[in-house]
Design a protein around this ligand. Sequence first.
Ligand code: HEC
Length: 119
Amino acid sequence: MLSLLPMLASAPASAEEDGARLFAPCRACHSLDPTERGLPGPNLAGVVGRVVAGDAAFDYSPVLRKARDDGLRWDVLRLESFLADPAEMFPGLWMSMRGIEDAAERKALARFLANPSSR
Ligand code: HEC
């Protein structure tokens, strides 16, 4: 019982808000504004439903370019498992980010990316 308390105390107001909050550290490298260029990572506007490595203006790693050539697409579920351990899904990935351990956080973040303006 006691172990539930910290979870309850940090329960977010809504899943969408939580997704936006979880995306905050990603903004150092990624934008959701399709016109914004020049960040260290690819633009993520409309990433869900898009082919992997689909930002034409970004120079991706060989592993992501291969995934694109294989026709892989981002959907919410693929994004959730990517976020659990990005380099496990794509060994050699040029994105040094530790995985997100909490499945609920991965889900909130993936949903936010699917629909960033839903708030
Ligand atoms: C330090 C910079 C950096 C941070 C922080 C970062 N990324 Fe990335 N991300 C990258 C780079 C660089 C790539 C391209 C990797 C490659 O080409 O191998 C990438 C690729 C991606 C892709 C694949 C995009 C595509 O077009 O296929 C997704 C999705 C993604 N990042 C999500 C996230 C999320 C969500 C976060 C925050 C939890 C995050 N990233 C944090 C640098 C970063």
